[in-house]
Design a protein around this ligand. Structure first.
Ligand code: ADP
Ligand code: MG
Length: 238
């Protein structure tokens, strides 16, 4: 079984093709990183997996189920964005629990789930605060907590660290790696940062202008890049 399968996925905006014939298999529990320069189509690909963009042609499967026509809320995914997207009027706990509340989960179960996520992320002391009372790093941890409480089959991250300063970026990156180990969940992570890709990934997908240039474990790409673009991007001295 695959956690995610993309088969010949293409996306066209107007007359411009921005994703071309992407094939990919991600195994359960794998940490898969999409890396490539700005504008190469990373977010578009992730948004098609999430169901936030339609696929122009090709198939998206989650756990071997074709989801092309399945609404985002029904795909059992959770997405973490660069911009946190927290509700300013809700506390940390209510931000984390909102999706469960909307799904009709009982109050006791919401409290249990948000307690667990906040403990995992060190958010206990902040649980009653509102987003305006938090630092950028704390806000991103709340956004990650909001993803965790939904127990998704797939976590999707779109450049979650790019609004953080350098020290926080490293700390949060280490935290995401730890969560991946603890949860054993499948994660798809978009970044244009080679260091993030090399340190987080089980599997790296290098994208260029909407096409996959190479897929493989970090050291394979480093030691045996398919071409000069991959070599330049992964930083192997050629
Ligand atoms: P990345 O995340 O790698 O920076 P994107 O997926 O955001 O790249 O964008 C890929 C290409 O698709 C870019 O050329 C971008 O301008 C274009 N694009 C993205 N979203 C839209 C849209 N809604 N309408 C038209 N063009 C878009
Ligand atoms: Mg993007």
């Amino acid at each position: 079984m695959s956690a995610l399968t993309l088969s010949n996925v293409t996306k066209t905006f107007g007359t411009t093709e921005v994703i071309t014939g992407v094939d990919l298999d991600v195994e359960p529990g794998e940490f898969c990183v999409f890396v490539g320069p700005s504008g190469c189509g990373k977010s578009t690909l992730l948004r098609m997996i999430a169901g936030l963009e339609d696929v122009t042609s090709g198939d998206v499967k989650i756990d071997d189920r074709r989801v092309n026509d399945v609404a985002p809320a029904k795909r059992e995914i959770a997405m973490v964005f660069q911009s946190y997207a927290l509700y300013p009027h809700l506390t940390v706990r209510d931000n984390m629990g909102l999706a469960l509340k909307q799904a009709g989960t009982s109050r006791a179960d919401i409290t249990a789930a948000t307690d667990k996520a906040s403990a995992m992320l060190g958010l206990d002391p902040l649980i009653d605060r509102r987003p305006s009372e938090l630092s950028g790093g704390q806000r991103q941890r709340v956004a990650i907590g909001r993803a965790i409480v939904r127990r998704p089959k797939l976590f999707l991250f779109d450049e979650p660290l790019s609004n953080l300063d350098a020290a926080l970026r490293v700390a949060t990156r280490i935290e995401i790696a730890r969560l991946h180990r603890e949860l054993g969940a499948t994660m798809i992570y978009v970044t244009h940062d080679q260091v993030e890709a090399m340190t987080l990934a089980d599997k790296i997908v290098v994208l260029r202008a909407g096409r996959v240039e190479q897929v493989g474990p970090p050291m394979e790409l480093y030691n045996d890049p398919a071409n000069t673009f991959v070599a330049g991007f992964i930083g192997s001295p050629q």
